[in-house]
Design a protein around this ligand. Structure first.
Ligand code: AMP
Ligand code: GLY
Length: 426
């Protein structure tokens, strides 16, 4: 089979790496991929980059190259309707339709959906007008959370600890229009306390297949300080998701979501990622939905998957995910993100990267913001690498990951030194 993976991050490298292990696969194309995706080793089938990002060009490429199946990494092509387009041309693809992807692409859609189907989430109200939003904030008090309705590349959520910050966020989004259309509507919601976890499942329209649990670290600096980022590290499994909480999340959040989408006439297919907040009393609320896998959560999850992922994708296409039982490496996988100078603001690119160790049984290095320039590997984005260690426990996985990190060099490299600390405390 020939498989196409759409995207260029660490998540897509991990998906392509896992897919290439399948004996059913001759070639994996990654569009546009990164500096680490194109390779061929004796264990893997080939992985090749193609420099296409436009969804119409991707569809044409799939027809010309007779691609058997496409997997989509990021939300952007999904919200542009890549799944609708591919299906209309008879091409097989795993992901949600444009309408279903609104669970991620519109916070207002997601909140109204959750309210309608009694899925636990923070109380909220939606505003178009700054004056009404300011009044609501005064009424509710701080802390409070302001969210741009649309996709805003990680800049759309302000967790305001003071009234001043909350009002400022409303001004930024509704009055000054700094996020453009994405911020023309805002959701203002109740501040939730607890521990976050990522719950990712695959959905074939009716059946749900849960992937291994995971947790990421959103803040730039150690001890969860500094600005929010796309994620500075992640590990799988997440000890906070006990078997009891796992069952509860499936029962109270995931199943009602998939059934609710079907009832609303928008059957859901693809990865579904619920961002959870779990409080001290084991109450679980949905912070957000993503219609894709997480990045960096995918990297440790894919590092642990032992089943043939292509078989799983075939089951998804046939609507028989209920027949799949996934096999996982019993070890913990822990990934440390190495980011470039000045991430997450305006990351510097072009710094030469050296010292990346060879992959082995307990260390895998996934590329994200890297590219090959004049034969040299250089930084090409904010999050550069995700260095994954595997071991029998979190501490061991952490040691193996940081052992590899310590060998990798590029100017201005930033990474956290405490990935996994919550899991180690438990
Ligand atoms: P979101 O994109 O909606 O997941 O928000 C990004 C991050 O903001 C989350 O991972 C949380 O850390 C934080 N956040 C979002 N909503 C809330 C909330 N209601 N209460 C507390 N923190 C939140
Ligand atoms: N790591 C968080 C996300 O992918 O949204």
């Amino acid at each position: 089979m020939k498989i196409l993976v759409v995207g260029s991050g660490g998540r897509e490298h991990a998906l392509a790496w896992q897919i290439a292990k399948s004996p059913k696969v001759q070639m994996v194309y990654v569009a546009p991929g990164n500096g680490g995706t194109p390779h061929e080793t004796k264990n893997l089938h080939g992985i090749t980059n193609i420099s296409i990002t436009d969804i119409n060009d991707l569809a044409q490429f799939s027809i010309d190259e007779k691609i058997d199946y496409t997997v989509v990494g990021p939300e952007k092509p999904l919200s542009e309707g890549i799944v609708d387009l591919f299906r209309s041309m008879g091409l097989k693809i795993f992901g949600p339709t444009k309408k279903a992807a609104q669970l991620e692409s519109s916070k207002d859609f997601a909140k109204a959906f959750m309210k309608r189907h009694a899925i636990p989430t923070a109380d909220y109200a939606t505003f178009h007008e700054a004056a009404a939003a300011h009044e609501y904030i005064e009424q509710k008090g701080a802390p409070i959370v302001i969210k741009a309705d649309g996709l805003a590349a990680g800049k759309g959520v302000v967790v305001a600890m003071t009234l001043e910050d909350a009002h400022q966020a409303v001004e930024m989004m509704l009055s000054d229009n700094q996020l453009g259309d994405a911020g023309a509507r805002v959701v203002i919601e109740e501040f939730l306390m607890g521990e976050e976890a990522s719950f990712i499942v695959m959905v074939d329209g009716k059946n749900i297949l849960a992937l291994a649990t995971s947790q990421d670290h959103k803040r730039l600096k150690d001890h969860d300080e500094g600005p929010n980022t796309g994620g500075m590290g992640a590990y799988s499994p997440a000890p906070v998701v006990t078997p009891e909480i796992h069952a509860k999340v499936l029962r109270e959040i995931i199943k009602p979501t998939v059934q609710g989408m079907e009832q609303d006439g928008i059957p859901y297919t693809g990865f579904l990622y619920a961002g959870l907040m779990i409080d001290a009393n084991k109450n679980v609320k949905t912070l957000e939905f993503n219609c894709r896998m997480g990045d960096p959560e995918t990297q440790p999850i894919m590092a642990r998957l032992k089943s043939d992922f292509v078989d799983v994708l075939i089951h998804a296409e046939r609507q028989s995910l209920d027949e799949v039982e996934l096999e996982w490496d019993h070890r913990v996988a822990l990934g440390v993100v190495m980011a470039s100078y000045n991430y997450p603001n305006t990351p510097r690119i072009g710094d030469e990267i050296s010292g990346i160790p060879q992959e082995n049984e307990s260390q895998v290095i996934f590329h994200a913001g890297t590219t090959l320039k004049d034969g040299k590997l250089v930084t090409n984005g904010g999050r550069v690498l995700c260095v994954v260690g595997l071991d029998g426990n979190v501490k061991g996985a952490q040691t193996r990951a940081y052992d590899a990190v310590s060998k990798i060099r590029f100017d201005g490299a930033q990474y956290r030194n405490d990935i996994g600390y919550r899991a180690i405390k438990k």
